[in-house]
Design a protein around this ligand. Structure first.
Ligand code: MSP
Length: 513
């Protein structure tokens, strides 16, 4: 496919962003950069944004003694600043409080209502206010929320419902026929098993204004002759509102309710990154909403794992929330990006600690990559007065180590196999492949012992040896650029031209605290 559209979840603005949020954004950024190089800048669109309605936000605003709008206006810049600090190259940032989104969501309500996929009904049951989720008697024990274990409220009110249940068979079939739709495969199994064991209930997509006013007002009042004619007005359920951002940001409906978009159409590879905690919303509600609207599905919804601290969840109350800026200040932006994408295969959980970042930094960045670059620059300086010797590498012959390096240089350093050509998004494997070549090159230096070549007057061999190392580093620079854009730039600046330009070491070793 010639075009690529990548999205992150839109982040809740009830608190400051932490490393978990930055993970999804860094992964999406890496894919956006990778695809821009492959397909051209104009063929890639990277969307992120903020989820600004609902109970959580209202509560946080109340606590801050601000109106919800004032509150979100204050928090959103913190997200934008963080993305800037992490070199997140998004093309558009959508806020759910923007007019373009509000109007679009109201249109979705109208279209689904006209299609008969929305109905009004009295709801009686249990509700978890912090999670904004309804529960049935069968799902709960001791009046506690099955998710967060906090006490539930018994409520009785009139609401609007979306006919999820009508689409269950369609969804099971769709997931069954599209192996790449939900990734990794374990998450696909999880969704299929859930759908196989549970009958979907229709989704309550409104909240009465008297209970929650901070949301998008529904466009339709109750029917004048309906028994609920005096029912209170409603706002949209925050998840229903939020999911729609992926299409509201990039397209529009015509009068007949047909959606069109440059980025959400057949010739685009649509990839949506999410955390595993929001799989149900993205693998059940979202595809059904799209199907009901007559809109195509994303190619891939990829649910990554969680970053934990000593095997536990980060939380304000535990006081173990890691601020990405603290890590960046200590290790640098690219080292942080490298660590997150390298340390754990995308899809699995990982433990975050400064110690493991330090280890990766010293081993992979300072010792392997930094050392290779530095020693090569030093040799070009020493033996060739800073001029990179010319050579037709592809046609030159090398010793066994050199031949192996040359062969792998054109295979392993091409990261397409790992993150481009399939939907496994194996960032870690892509980086491992690149590092195998770096290590091979370091071994090549140690085994060739260039100082001996000099002593023995083997000028031609020395030239080939150095030129191959330069080629390795240039290719590595290209390959790491989606992961570590600044490092790549610096590598190219130092060794990309005929005359080298040596600066300070890229990754000076860090002593453990
Ligand atoms: N607002 C919803 C998403 C709506 S999308 C239509 C939301 N926001 S969130 O701010 O709570 O989380 C956003 C993303 O951050 C999710 O993908 C979530 O999985 C991710 N992370 C939050 N904490 C995390 C970790 N500790 N580790 C990794 N990612 C986690 O959910």
């Amino acid at each position: 496919m010639k075009k690529f559209y990548i999205t992150t979840p839109i982040y809740y603005v009830n608190a400051k962003p932490h490393i978990g949020h930055s993970y999804t954004s860094i992964a999406a950024d890496c894919l956006a950069r990778y695809n821009r190089r492959r397909l051209g800048k104009d063929n890639v669109w990277f969307l992120t944004g903020t989820d600004e309605h609902g109970q959580k936000i209202q509560k946080a605003a109340d606590e801050a003694k601000l109106s919800p709008q004032e509150f979100v206006d204050k928090i959103v810049p913190q997200f934008k600043d963080l993305w800037k600090a992490l070199d997140i190259s998004y093309d558009d940032f959508i806020r759910t409080t923007e007019e373009r989104h509000i109007k679009f969501v109201q249109r979705v309500f109208d279209i689904l209502n006209q299609k008969g996929d929305i109905y009004e009904s009295k709801y009686e049951g249990w509700y978890c206010t912090p999670c904004e989720t309804f529960w049935t008697e069968l799902q709960i024990t001791n009046s506690l929320c099955p998710d967060c274990k906090r006490p539930l409220e018994k409520i009785s009110e009139t609401n609007y419902f979306f006919r999820l249940s009508k689409y269950q068979d369609w969804l099971v079939k769709y997931i069954g026929e599209h192996a790449d739709f939900i990734k990794p495969a374990s998450r696909r199994e999880e969704v299929l098993s859930f759908l196989g064991h549970n009958k979907l209930t229709d989704l309550c997509i409104s909240r009465p204004k008297e209970r929650l006013s901070w949301g998008i007002p529904l466009p339709f009042p109750p029917e004048a002759d309906s028994p609920q004619a005096s029912a209170p007005e409603h706002v949209a359920y925050v998840w229903f509102d939020a999911l729609i951002n992926y299409i509201s940001a990039v397209g529009s409906f015509d009068e007949k309710g047909n959606y069109s978009s440059k980025w959400w159409q057949e010739d685009v590879n649509v990839v949506q990154l999410i955390g595993k905690d929001i799989l149900r919303h993205h693998a059940v509600y979202w595809p059904i909403m799209l199907e009901a609207l007559g809109i195509r599905q994303p190619n891939t919804v990829f649910a990554h794992g969680w970053w934990l601290i000593a095997d536990t969840k980060m939380s304000k109350s535990r006081g173990n929330v890691v601020n990405p800026i603290d890590i960046v200040n200590r290790f640098g932006i690219d080292s942080y990006r490298y660590f997150l994408l390298r340390d754990v295969p995308f899809g699995l959980d990982g433990n975050f600690s400064e110690e493991s970042v330090t280890k990766r930094f010293n081993d992979d960045l300072a010792n392997d990559l930094g050392n290779l670059l530095y020693r090569t620059l030093t040799m070009v300086e020493k033996y060739y007065e800073g001029n990179v010797p010319g050579l037709d590498i592809k046609n030159a012959g090398f010793d066994a180590n050199g031949e192996q390096l040359k062969k792998n240089l054109f295979i392993k350093v091409d990261i397409t196999h790992a993150i481009g050509a399939n939907s496994d998004l194996n960032f870690s494997a892509a980086l491992t492949g690149i590092w195998e070549v770096i290590n091979m090159a370091n071994k090549y230096v140690e085994e060739t012992k260039p100082w001996n070549l000099v002593k023995e007057g083997k000028a031609e061999e020395l030239k080939k040896f150095i030129r191959l190392l330069v080629e390795v580093i240039r290719n590595v620079g290209e390959a790491v650029s989606p992961f570590m854009p600044r490092t790549a730039e610096s590598i190219i600046e130092q060794i990309g031209k005929d005359k080298i330009n040596k600066t300070n070491p890229l990754f000076p070793r860090i002593e453990r605290k």
